[in-house]
Design a protein around this ligand. Structure first.
Ligand SMILES: NC(=O)c1ccc[n+]([C@@H]2O[C@H](COP(=O)([O-])OP(=O)(O)OC[C@H]3O[C@@H](n4cnc5c(N)ncnc54)[C@H](O)[C@@H]3O)[C@@H](O)[C@H]2O)c1
Length: 341
């Protein structure tokens, strides 16, 4: 039996509450939030839970094995650090913190204390994202050439974070998982259409050492909800559309081949449009899989897939994309021992 506490139960926290409540062998003992009205709601969702406005109540409780942090991004570092120092395992919502330096600090602290630090990059636990990873790793697409990702809808404007920190965190974590490399060049443009200083639309371009290029479009201002990713390889191509109810991933046996000309007049591209296959994908809820993974990690000492190092890599790219947007410069991302130290 693991005893857990939820810190932050605004928009996203109740989703964590609902999932952990349903897992046997979890004692969800506390919900902590600064707002009493939020605590009343959490209590009606889970009547056995104790509520408090003080994080110290949670961190001082020796029964608590781990905390689930679902507070605004700017609070993640302080709360995670306090929890690790109090000897608690930490699950913290994405993005891990607001700077790579803070991420490195937490990663080192968790390792020193032999505690789990896991980041809520939920999409890494989603069956279609897992399926695409399987297809890439099995060489089904051949060598990946480029990726385009769109994540736009009429979404909740965040008070303290740009759309890059809020939405692109998802795509950057997916790219990190699929490609297993850090981009070397990041540049982005965007606009703060609604509120000064908080960009609500952004286009982020990424170049990877392997040659892969990617583009991520994010916005909270769109008449339709798009969650559409295209991955083009030199053998096959795929579309991952998370808004599709059933066939979220479609693999196209499509491509083009350039025939080396034997004479000047002979330039030839040969196009192939073969089968389109929609692989079978499980429909388990990503949040449930994420929760089970956290419990497995704290119970058995496993290293989370979305561990602190991954959280750090995502934040390093977010910082670069944010700086590029604000300063209008191309950023070269360097991530190595110096960042992790
Ligand atoms: N994984 C996902 O798909 C996903 C989706 C949405 C949001 N999120 C993440 O969840 C986190 C929270 O986002 P949200 O939209 O729920 O924010 P929110 O503002 O709706 O809720 C945050 C809650 O935290 C409380 N809070 C703030 N500071 C606190 C503190 N020091 N101690 C205790 N409680 C505190 C606030 O009172 C509020 O109720 C963010 O990191 C966000 O990026 C993740």
């Amino acid at each position: 039996m693991k005893t857990l506490a939820l810190i932050g139960s605004g928009y996203w926290g109740p989703n964590l509450l609902r999932n952990y409540m349903d897992i046997p062998d979890v004692n969800l003992k506390w919900v902590c939030d600064l707002l009493p009205a939020v605590l009343d709601k959490a209590h009606s969702l889970c009547p056995t839970v104790q509520t408090t406005t003080s994080v110290d109540d949670v961190l001082r409780d020796p029964e608590v094995d781990g905390v689930l942090i679902a507070t605004p991004i700017g609070t993640h570092y302080q709360l995670s650090k306090a929890a690790l120092l109090a000897g608690k395992h930490v699950f913290v919502e994405k993005p891990l913190t607001t700077s790579a330096t803070q991420c490195a600090d937490l990663t080192v602290l968790a390792a020193e204390r032999k505690l789990t630090l896991m980041v809520g990059h939920t999409f890494i636990y989603s069956p279609p994202v897992r399926k695409v990873k399987e297809l890439i790793d099995a060489g089904e697409l051949g060598e990946v050439r480029f990726v385009t990702m769109q994540r736009v809808n009429l979404g909740l404007h965040q008070k303290d974070a740009s759309v890059i920190w809020d939405l692109a965190a998802h795509d950057l974590s997916i790219l990190d998982y699929w490609l297993e490399e850090m981009p070397c060049v990041v540049d982005s443009i965007g606009r703060d259409c609604m509120r000064n200083g908080i960009p609500d639309v952004a286009f982020v371009n990424l170049q990877y050492p392997s040659g892969v290029v990617a583009q991520v479009t994010v916005s909270w201002l769109s008449p339709v909800k798009l969650r559409r990713t295209v991955v083009v390889g030199d053998r096959k191509m795929l579309v991952y559309d998370d808004t599709e109810p059933v066939e979220k991933v479609k693999v196209f046996d499509h491509g083009a081949e350039f025939k080396e000309p034997e004479s000047f007049a002979e330039f030839q591209m040969v196009y192939r449009t073969g089968d389109i296959i929609s692989p079978k994908i499980g429909n388990a809820e990503p949040l449930r899989l994420e929760a089970e993974h956290f419990l497995d990690c704290i119970g058995n000492g496993h290293n989370p897939i979305t561990n602190g190092e991954m959280g750090l890599r995502v934040v390093a790219v977010l910082e670069a994309a944010d700086a590029s947007l604000r300063e209008g410069v191309r950023k070269t991302v360097e991530l190595g021992p110096s960042v992790l130290a």
